[in-house]
Design a binder for this molecule. Structure first.
Ligand code: FES
Length: 105
């Protein structure tokens, strides 16, 4: 079992089982205070925005241009840690990844 450790918008931390082969968003949207993922993973709503802990962020594939552009439009964007979790595939190598749900905009 591969875990995702997520801090929600209320500041509570949860350890949840990630779905290997699917995006991280698919797990986070099932949490009570997780992400809304309004566009369903189409990289067009920004409601799956999370901050990835730096040591984990460095292990992820780089952001594509469309993800980068959408994130950069938001006030809560942080160049060093922001990701749209619908654009990040969860793999077994990411077991233990830590992230925080970004504020609502
Ligand atoms: S779910 Fe809409 S951008 Fe990720």
């Amino acid at each position: 079992m591969a875990k995702i450790i997520v801090t929600d918008r209320e500041g509570a931390t949860h350890e949840v089982e990630g779905k290997v082969g699917l995006s991280i968003m698919e797990t986070l949207r099932e949490l009570e205070n997780g992400v809304e993922a309004l566009c369903g993973g189409m990289c067009s709503c920004c409601t799956c925005h999370c901050y990835i802990e730096p040591e984990w962020f460095a292990q992820l594939p780089r952001r594509q241009d469309d993800e980068e552009e959408l994130l950069a439009e938001g006030e809560s964007y942080r160049a060093e840690t922001s990701r749209l979790t619908c654009q990040v595939e969860f793999t077994a190598a990411l077991d233990g990844i830590r992230l925080t749900v970004a504020p609502e905009e």
